[in-house]
Design a protein around this ligand. Structure first.
Ligand code: SF4
Length: 406
């Protein structure tokens, strides 16, 4: 195949060439090509990972994407907003196992104004000055822009001033509007809007990640188009640190259906490594694929094992519940013949596995956002204007409680 020769020679492939490879190359050939690109970019056989905590500050969301099992409607009895104290406790636990950042994402909750996020970020930075905030995917930024009626660059600037360090690439799904309309995620962000948030973030000096969720209604051509859009923005800004892809998890979603196979995952990861020639880092999505496919990913273009999993709510809600702490991630990396190194948000090496340097607690079970049955409402919500009817009612109750306790 001519396009395979181009990849071996380190040349860029076109969309048509990528599509031909994706459709017709054997899985072994795709793996060899992706591994060759990975080896050119990372010749020292180092595979990185980060110790951080994936926290979802609220599950209340007005977007209602049909592929999502995580969200709850406004006013739902099992909707939650985490309190600042709960988040501090989660950060303390993360730091105890060597963690360096929070991956903070949540639903589009109409009762959390921009000032709630600013106050939270400032409070976190005041308590933990060196701890990093990798927070708020592009659709959340757009939601805040609409809620506050401020332009996206202004919202990003205010969040940076409050302590935002980096934006995660969530909410990209497939960056093709036909697909987004079918998945009911066009309203939260069109393909152009998602790209535009990342462009503004990169211009403001933030580094961000990029993602792709495949396996719903998209065609092969649309998967390739998604990758080409990311490659094009990366040519322009150079602001993406890494790319992560995972398959749609169908359980408990409005959409239903079935999950893509492990082979589809490996082929998709490999074609991403080949097309995204201007991305340094590709993560293995073992959270959705399991440890063994995650390990195989290292032969299909991945050079990073993502995050040690302390807490997970979104993927678990859709039926997947893989858990690996640092010792387990390191074992998988070494068993595959690579050298494990801890990294920071910018993929800078922090050192060898921390559990070999000092005693850290094993994390053999995933934590959740909250214990089941815990429905308490954080007291600080009294300070923030609510927009929904139930939010306003709750605010009135909180204000009465607050006056009575004075
Ligand atoms: S994927 Fe995100 S935006 Fe969509 S419904 Fe779920 S929480 Fe809301």
């Amino acid at each position: 195949m001519i396009s395979a020769d181009k990849v071996r020679a380190g040349e860029r492939v076109s969309g048509d060439e990528a599509l031909a490879l994706y459709r017709h190359a054997s899985t072994a050939l795709l793996g060899q090509l992706a591994d060759a690109v990975r080896a050119r970019k990372h010749p020292n056989r180092v595979v990185t990972y980060i110790i951080d905590r994936n926290v979802n500050y609220t599950n209340v969301c007005v977007a209602k994407c049909t592929f999502c099992a995580f969200y709850r409607d406004v006013g739902s009895t099992d909707g939650y907003v985490l309190g600042f104290d709960e988040l501090f406790r989660k950060i303390d636990e993360t730091i105890a196992v060597g963690g360096v950042q929070l991956l903070l994402q949540g639903g589009h909750n109409p009762d959390l104004p921009l000032s709630w996020y600013e106050d939270l970020f400032q409070a976190i930075k005041a308590r933990y000055p060196t701890f990093k905030l990798h927070a708020l995917s592009p659709p959340e930024v757009i939601h805040l822009s609409r809620l506050s009626q401020l332009p996206v660059p202004v919202v990003i600037g205010r969040l940076i001033d409050a302590g935002l360090d980096s934006i995660p690439g969530g909410g990209a799904e497939i960056l093709v509007d036909r697909v987004r309309k079918e998945l009911h995620c066009y309203g939260k962000a069109t393909a152009d809007e998602w790209i535009e948030v990342m462009r503004h973030a990169h211009r403001a000096g933030l580094r961000t990640t990029a993602t792709m969720m495949y396996g719903t209604v998209e065609t092969d051509e649309e998967r390739i188009e998604h990758l080409l859009r990311l490659r094009s923005l990366q040519d322009e800004t150079g602001g993406f640190t890494a790319f992560i892809t995972w398959s749609y998890q169908p359980s408990n979603t409005a959409r239903g259906g079935s999950e893509a196979t492990g082979i589809d995952y490996l082929r998709t990861l490999a074609i991403a490594r080949i097309v995204l020639d201007n991305f340094d880092n590709l993560q293995a999505s073992w959270v959705t694929q399991g440890g063994k496919v995650g390990q195989l990913s290292l032969a299909f273009g991945a050079n990073d094992m993502g995050s040690v999993m302390i807490e997970e709510n979104v993927v678990r809600a859709a039926g997947a519940a893989y858990c690996m702490d640092e010792a387990e991630i390191v074992r998988n990396i070494e068993d595959a013949g690579f050298i494990p190194k801890r990294r920071n948000m910018h993929y800078g090496i922090l050192g060898d596995p921390i559990f070999r340097e000092r005693d850290v607690p094993r994390m053999l079970e995933l934590a959740t956002a909250r214990e089941a049955g815990d429905t308490h409402v954080p007291s600080e919500l009294v300070n923030y204007e609510a927009r929904s009817r139930t939010g306003k009612e709750r605010l009135r109750v909180l204000q009465v409680q607050s006056r009575n306790s004075e």
